[in-house]
Write a new protein. Structure first.
Length: 604
């Protein structure tokens, strides 16, 4: 996807967001108010007692709290502290701009009002203009909003690109539909960002029953492949609603059906979208502007994904835009979904979960919301929440093999192996034997069978999966390692693991599996030890690899290093089975059959 002028301008606007080393520079960043500064991750923040999380009443306290919470990227408390500092006397415009950025990223009406207060203290600040203009829209003060967005500035800013769409909807709200359409028609349309304006023009033309709507939607259809899924969803639903109003229900239905067929993310909901319901949605200008903000954020995210270095500053800008959207349309589900993904990607998992609050089960997009909730819950290691969310998705779409596969995996991780087998079996009933998704489902079921102790069934699924996907390293790794651990088919185990290591030479877990097979089955300490050292270096927190390396050290006569590996492995909180092996090795030393009678060199 090509880089647009707007994207380049935004990157330039937030060019000062690079991490700065040292706590002294972190302090300077707060005191001087560098725009949307990012505190260095390597600096440990001072521990603040829970009672101190309330904003301090003195300027010094506000600044200290701002340092701590900005460094932690705790948006809520950082915004509160920085806002309090401004209230207590900080008048530097750059500092106020920093405070505005953090407050504008926060949720809720209180944060929105604080953002407006901060924006009112700034001049010639583009984000402040966006916030003030949005506040005027929120209050239905269309003339004021139009005046803010019509102001010309030199040099051009990101508002220069947003202004035509915002001006158009403000004019429409004042009953000046023709003027609004004319502004959008004159807006730049030459790149993908301009195509977002085309979508707004098509939407407005459809509302006004203007004959240009057909040509605009046709143009969007031709360029749809260049857009991210969220934009394509918006295009499809807007076009379907327009076609129903034009009396072409069949074409509207096909448009929505195509959405599910071409975009995997929307397979869950395509059947829940009704052209008639879409066509009867009332027109609210605030909702239209919120949808534009949402599309803007989704498009900027897609462009950012194509850059090697993803900008934290760009993500923060997108969060601000989405918060502005929810200010205008607090119940807009598609905006909540985009915001939740942004926050999840930014590791703000609690905020991401909260962003999905209030989405009713009857909402057509509810299954996507639940799927996102499951993803967030898994990142938080909250298996019960993930399980509940995925089960709701399966109820909504019981024939979706991908979701059944995910459900089976989470059930198995939750200790529900029998339920997992049922979910994997259901999933297999909805895929062709030759589909690319078949082997992962077979692998998942094999793992669940292994957890149930039904080794014959597990082996049958693994053999079938390998026949379908003989070059999948993760599959070969599990199958070979399982053979090693169960003492089965040693020659096949070595062959599978050797092949997996060749296919994925940089994967430390596969390298460990191969080395462990060489050591445990063949007693080949000379070949196994360097592989295990390399694997441990590639995965320093993997307790199982550390256990294996300790065993190799032990048989090499390096017992002190072996015990060091095992003690470190215990500190890495291993699974129960691995912990038991490590504790036994620390008490008694390891006992590998192939090495039992081999003399162990004196400890060194």
């Amino acid at each position: 996807m090509m880089q647009t002028k707007l994207f380049a301008m935004l990157r330039s606007t937030y060019a000062d967001m690079t991490p700065r080393p040292g706590l002294r520079n972190a302090l300077a960043a707060i005191v001087l108010g560098l725009p949307m500064c990012v505190m260095p991750r390597a600096v440990a923040a001072p521990v603040v007692p829970e009672a101190a999380r309330n904003v301090n009443s003195t300027l010094d306290g506000d600044l200290l709290a701002g340092i701590v919470f900005t460094q932690r990227h705790d948006v809520h408390y950082a915004g509160g502290a920085l806002y309090a500092a401004v209230q207590d006397g900080m008048t530097d415009p750059v500092f106020i701009s920093t405070a505005l950025h953090f407050v504008a990223m926060d949720a809720g009406d209180n944060a929105a009002e604080r953002a407006v207060d901060l924006a009112s203290k700034l001049q010639d600040d583009n984000l402040a203009r966006l916030v003030l203009g949005n506040q005027a829209i929120y209050r239905d003060d269309w003339s004021k909003a139009l005046g803010i967005f019509q102001t010309d500035r030199t040099p051009p800013s990101f508002l220069t690109f947003l202004a035509p769409v915002l001006q158009a909807w403000c004019l429409f709200a004042q009953g000046k539909g023709d003027e609004a359409l004319a502004i959008l028609h004159k807006a730049p349309h030459q790149d993908i960002m301009g195509s977002l304006a085309t979508l707004q023009e098509a939407r407005l033309a459809a509302i006004l029953n203007d004959q240009s709507a057909r040509g605009l939607f046709d143009h969007l259809d031709q360029s749809a492949a260049a857009f991210p899924p969220i934009i394509r969803y918006m295009m499809a639903t807007d076009e379907a609603a327009w076609r129903v109003r034009m009396g072409d229900r069949a074409a509207a239905t096909q448009t929505l059906r195509n959405l599910g067929q071409t975009l995997p993310a929307f397979q869950l909901v395509a059947a829940r979208l009704s052209p008639e319901i879409l066509s009867r949605k009332p027109v609210h200008v605030k909702t239209e502007i919120a949808a534009y903000y949402t599309g803007l954020a989704a498009l900027l995210a897609a462009i950012d994904d194509n850059h090697a270095a993803h900008d934290l500053g760009m993500r923060q800008f997108r969060v601000i835009v989405l918060r502005q959207a929810l200010r205008l349309a607090p119940d807009m589900t598609i905006t909540k979904l985009v915001l939740a993904e942004e926050l999840r990607d930014g590791k703000q998992l609690t905020a991401a979960q909260a962003a999905l609050d209030g989405i009713d089960a009857s909402d057509p997009l509810a299954p996507i919301a639940d799927h996102t909730r499951a993803s967030i819950a898994l990142q938080r290691n909250d298996l019960p929440a993930a399980l509940a969310a995925l089960r709701r998705v399966v109820v909504a779409d019981p024939a979706n093999a991908d979701v059944l596969d995910e459900l089976g995996t989470v059930e198995d991780q939750s200790g529900l192996a029998r339920e997992a087998v049922k979910s994997f079996t259901q999933a297999l009933g909805h895929v062709s034997v030759m589909q690319a998704t078949t082997w992962p489902i077979l692998l998942g079921r094999a793992i669940a069978y292994d957890h149930l102790g039904e080794r014959n069934l597990a082996q049958a699924d693994l053999d079938r999966a390998i026949a379908l996907a003989p070059k999948e390293p993760q599959l070969l790794n599990y199958a070979g390692y399982a053979d090693v651990e169960h003492g089965e088919r040693p020659a096949q185990a070595i062959e599978l693991l050797s092949k997996a290591a060749a296919l994925a030479p940089n994967d430390p877990e596969i390298r460990d599996s191969y080395a462990w097979a060489l050591l445990k089955q063949n007693g080949d300490l000379d070949r196994a030890l360097p592989l295990l050292v390399s694997a441990a270096g590639g995965a320093p927190g993997d307790a199982e690899i550390a256990y294996h390396l300790g065993v190799a050290y032990w048989y090499r006569g390096r017992q002190i290093e072996a015990r060091d590996q095992w003690n470190q492995a215990l500190a890495d909180k291993p699974e129960a089975a691995t912990r038991a092996l490590i504790e036994k090795a620390l008490r008694e030393g390891p006992s590998l059959t192939r090495l039992r009678d081999r003399p162990i060199p004196a400890p060194r």
